[in-house]
Write a protein of this length. Sequence first.
Length: 268
Amino acid sequence: MRLAGLTMYDLEPVRAATDAWWAGLARACRLEGIGDVPGALWRGGPREDLWRAPNLLLSQTCGYPFLKHFRADLQLLATPVYGALGCDGPNYRSLIVVGADNPARTLADLRGAVCAINDWDSQSGMNVLRHSIAPLARDGRFFAQVKVAGKHQLSIAMITRGEADIAAIDCVTHALMARHDPASVAGTRVLAQTQAAPALPYVTGAGTTTDDWTRLRAALDRALADPDLAPVRADLMILGFADLSLGDYGIMLEMETGAEAAGYAQLQ
């Protein structure tokens, strides 16, 4: 059986909606003539294992690790368009979040603060934040400490518990949390928004044939037009899909090289 996993926005409050979205996508895939479509989403371990699986049918990944580590394993299928604050067509931003009672008014006010990130390999939690901080760094440093939380939700929890002062949160994740679990973002506020970049792409495995790639892309549009899936799409804030190229995602590597050129190769 082939594998499918939508791990990037698989938050507990919207897990039922994610499963319903996959059920609709799977149905659309079968109607497009794709065989061996899994009935349930993969949730079996590190998502990197899924992205490297030779039998991967469909997944969603972060553009930054895609460009840096998974070009040989994945094919870009489409870029989702989300209806979240901070999104602009197929582009998204991170929201720089601090505690509600934090007196900071600008990023510069957070010099010497404790930063929480979801992962060192994250566009939304690390790379775009490094790009934002680079002009403010002195001798390659800005923060007193950087802590790895593991997930955006845990970064926000660290702020609410007073264990961190700042985090950059994917605006779609933040919007899903605010809508479906408002208590999880209570006690925090958005200080600023980062530069935009293409949203987290839907992908398929490198071994997917050209015919199946075409069928998968058609299945996304079929599911998007399915009126029975309208409530699910609304829950997940999915408005559409755009056809971008890997070159469009290159802005993420430009952010990386720009920070390096400014002497801020490491978020610290």
